[in-house]
Design a protein around this ligand. Structure first.
Ligand SMILES: O=P(O)(O)OC[C@H]1O[C@H](OP(=O)(O)OP(=O)(O)O)[C@H](O)[C@@H]1O
Ligand code: HPA
Length: 179
């Protein structure tokens, strides 16, 4: 699996340091507010698993599965709910966790949906932000790292469902996706 990686963009240590920093920041912000932390499947799972252990105040967890990429490297532009939340967001402080914001289509859809469902506040925390990929005007409230306009994998991010279990963020060798 690691042979398929051309270069490591963000190391495991850098990710863990950043996650600890974000955890401290979110602890301060959400102390006493019992936010609903929504992980967006499947990419946010490693980030969510690590980050929630660094948030030192009560949180409720839920998961939502939305998809717009299928097995492609470019968003189809159509966001589909594959699995909805189990919890009502009405009146709640909602904190959405994402692995990456690229075109921004997934997140702008979710933010609008949660506002329509009467969430009290909606904030976005993403590990990675790819600003050059944007197709809609969307700025995350908190972003761990900015990444260049390249297809990245690892730490939740996949190519054709592989590489999510790498502990770092890397760039694939072109021959992997060129067939
Ligand atoms: O800003 P965007 O262009 O919308 O891209 C970001 C979304 O794309 C990926 O999810 P994907 O739909 O591939 O599902 P996955 O998390 O299961 O891989 C990623 O996890 C984000 O949810
Ligand atoms: O660069 C990316 N890698 C993996 N999944 C993604 N979904 C949006 N952008 C990306």
């Amino acid at each position: 699996m690691r042979d398929d990686i051309q270069s490591v963009l963000i190391s495991e240590e850098e990710i863990q340091e950043k996650v600890a920093e974000l955890g401290r920041q979110l602890t301060e912000e959400y102390e006493g507010r019992f936010p609903l932390v929504v992980g967006v499947l499947k990419g946010s799972l490693p980030f969510m698993g690590d980050l929630i252990k660094k948030i030192d105040t009560h949180v409720e967890l839920d998961l939502m599965d939305v998809s717009s990429y299928g097995n492609e490297m470019v968003s189809s532009g159509e966001v589909k709910i594959v699995k909805d939340l189990n919890t009502s967001v009405e009146g709640r402080d909602v904190l959405i966790l994402e692995d990456i914001i690229d075109s921004g289509l997934t997140l702008s859809y979710l933010v609008e949906l949660f506002k329509y469902r009467k969430a009290k506040t909606v904030k976005i925390v993403t590990l990675l932000d790819k600003p050059e990929g944007r197709k809609v005007d969307l700025v995350p409230d908190v972003a761990g790292f900015s990444v260049p306009d390249e297809f990245v994998v690892g730490y939740g991010l996949d190519y054709a469902e592989r590489y999510r279990n790498l502990p770092f963020i890397g760039i694939l060798k072109p021959e992997i996706y060129q067939g």
